[in-house]
Design a binder for this molecule. Structure first.
Ligand SMILES: NC(=O)c1ccc[n+]([C@@H]2O[C@H](COP(=O)([O-])OP(=O)(O)OC[C@H]3O[C@@H](n4cnc5c(N)ncnc54)[C@H](O)[C@@H]3O)[C@@H](O)[C@H]2O)c1
Length: 458
């Protein structure tokens, strides 16, 4: 018995003599509005004019056995989305909010000639602060708009709010191709709107405008959205990136100081995992960033443009990790640092801890796991915890106890293919994924963490 494989431009054939199994892989071409399978290169050349056809990247495999035929569809799904820094997003002369997601300037001119409609979903606090400016923006640009102000909080992050949004989208009526839904708010608002948009007519484009630091550097950047379900964090959701994210740091000036720390937690995650320079920036300028709420454009001489550099590095490092793994097919993800125990902790004590705070408590514990595993030195551990304190982040929590840790690790184990994949720092700004951390190490780390950090808890 032998297997012969012939690869040609159109199809790949494998015939296994003896077993009577025939396998073929077809290319797909479109000509005159119809797609068809093509078996080989000669057929393409002979039958059709190559200039007039579209060749798809999709392929159909066919396996013929004695018991029947099976087809395998392989089709790459392509997404393109933009993350754009801008200033004065709500200045009526700034066209970013309306057309920043469109790449082709000629297309923009076509849109401008039509009456445009926009449905804007906003966090209710954000609406109180910025609603009148947003209304003026749309009115100055002759846009038909509707603002839907919702109480988007972790406690209300549910399918009910998704359905409320969908009903409004349906009543308002938008051109699905050209009139994206706009979400303006913190991570909760962006996550809920993202899920609603992914469901409406199976996928409707949407825009994210983050207004908290955490959503600016994290929730805005990737493809994920979601809502809580059955008391589990983000249990329902999808991987549907926005058409674009527009970043205007000036929104951050109205968030409370605690929320700045909350966002700094996610920035610190990227620093600890992959960028020592970012970690050192946070060490030296963290307090200044908190005091100035990321508003200084040039900063004090000694701080340079710390706000701009910090946010840019956080986003760039995040995009590097997310872009090649948008659908999280690869489960070995450094961005999961701080997200191993924190989902259970955050939901258990809701609303006592904000997302970035729960993430930080998890990171503090994992810093001790790393130390107990011999991956970082005592000095590196102490500098990490000290930096967290400078950023006014909690480093310990009484509800993060051994039973909760065990439960959370069990959940992660279940959802990552029967392997516990722990991202752990191996230095300041470097990390690896480990799947051999045992119960004994975890217990030792927990005890040392409690001994050293309990009294630092705020
Ligand atoms: N999709 C993702 O990839 C991703 C990544 C990280 C976090 N998240 C999600 O993000 C959520 C946390 O986001 P968050 O920290 O932004 O919390 P949030 O959305 O709850 O906002 C926090 C609070 O800030 C208020 N607020 C928002 N903007 C304001 C402004 N400019 N001025 C004054 N107040 C303002 C809101 O009213 C809210 O009460 C979590 O649900 C988390 O799961 C998602």
């Amino acid at each position: 018995m032998y297997t012969a494989t012939t690869a040609v431009k159109g199809a790949t054939k494998t015939e296994t003599e003896g077993s009577r199994t025939k396998q073929k892989e077809y290319q797909l071409i479109k000509l005159k509005n119809t797609w068809c399978c093509v078996e080989n290169e000669e057929e393409i050349g002979k039958t059709w004019n190559e200039d007039k056809m579209i060749i798809s990247q999709a392929k159909i495999g066919e396996t013929i056995t004695e018991s029947g035929v099976s087809w395998t569809v392989k089709t790459p799904i392509y997404f393109c989305y933009k993350v754009i820094e801008t200033q004065n997003l709500l200045d009526p002369n700034n066209m970013t909010l309306l057309y920043g997601h469109v790449s082709d300037p000629q297309e923009v001119e076509v849109y401008k000639k039509k009456i445009q409609k926009r449905l804007v979903v906003m966090d209710i606090t954000v609406e109180k602060l910025y609603g009148s400016k947003i209304r003026k923006y749309f009115e100055a640009n002759n846009i038909i708009y509707k603002i839907l102000a919702l109480e988007t909080m972790e406690e209300t992050k549910s399918m009910e709010l998704v359905l409320t949004i969908l009903e409004e989208v349906h009543k308002f009526g938008i051109d699905r191709r050209t009139e994206p839904i706009i979400a303006i708010g913190g991570g909760v608002c962006l996550d809920i709107v993202g899920l609603a948009a992914s469901l409406y007519r199976r996928r409707t484009p949407y825009i994210r405008v983050p207004t908290t630091l955490l959503s600016y550097v994290d929730a805005s950047v990737g493809a994920k959205n979601g809502v809580n379900f059955c008391n589990c964090k983000n249990k329902l959701g999808s991987y549907t990136p926005p058409a674009a994210t527009f970043l205007d740091r000036s929104f951050i000036k109205t968030i409370p100081r605690r929320h700045i720390s909350n966002g700094l937690g996610e920035i610190l995650k990227m620093a600890l995992m992959k960028h020592r320079g970012l970690f050192e920036l946070l060490e030296s300028h963290g307090k200044y960033l908190l005091d100035t709420k990321f508003q200084s454009r040039n900063g004090l001489a000694s701080h340079g443009d710390a706000a701009l550099t910090t946010t840019r590095l956080a986003i760039q490092t995040m995009l590097e990790e997310l872009a090649p793994n948008l659908w999280e097919d690869d489960l070995e993800r450094l961005v999961d640092f701080g997200h191993v125990i924190s989902p259970e902790l955050e939901m258990k004590v809701l609303p006592a801890l904000m997302h970035g705070e729960a993430v930080n408590i998890d990171m503090a514990l994992m810093t001790y796991v790393s130390y107990e595993s011999g991956l970082i030195t005592a000095e590196e551990k102490n500098r990490t915890i000290q930096c967290m304190i400078t950023l006014e982040l909690p480093v310990w929590h009484k509800d993060c106890n051994l039973p909760l840790i065990k439960k959370a690790l069990g959940e992660r184990f279940k959802h990552s293919g029967g392997k516990l994949r722990l991202p752990l720092p191996t230095g300041l700004g470097s990390a690896e994924i480990f799947n051999d951390v045992n119960e004994e190490t975890m217990k030792r780390a927990f005890e040392k963490w409690t001994e050293e950090c309990q009294e630092l808890a705020t």
